[in-house]
Design a protein around this ligand. Sequence first.
Ligand SMILES: [Zn+2]
Length: 100
Amino acid sequence: MSYEKYKTATTTLGPVAIELGQTDIHAPEHGTWGVVTCDACGRQFRIGPNWIYGSRTSERESVEQFEQVLAENHRQKQAHKNCYELSDHPIALPIASLAV
Ligand SMILES: [Zn+2]
């Protein structure tokens, strides 16, 4: 057996996606909708809303938004991060504005 404590925690109010299989960051204030697997590289992320604040976007909208972010990472040859803070605004922002 082994045990390793998470190094940091995100406390963002919106939904988050946290990579599985790493202990750098976790989201103790967030629930879990499910696991998103990147089509291009197979990395997996647990995605879910803040326990208290919930999300203005639906589960499906958040997953679609996150899948676009992952695909955009590959298009721009950027490495995935181990934690993504997602927008809970129902109107999707243009991807370009996320890159600034
Ligand atoms: Zn990927």
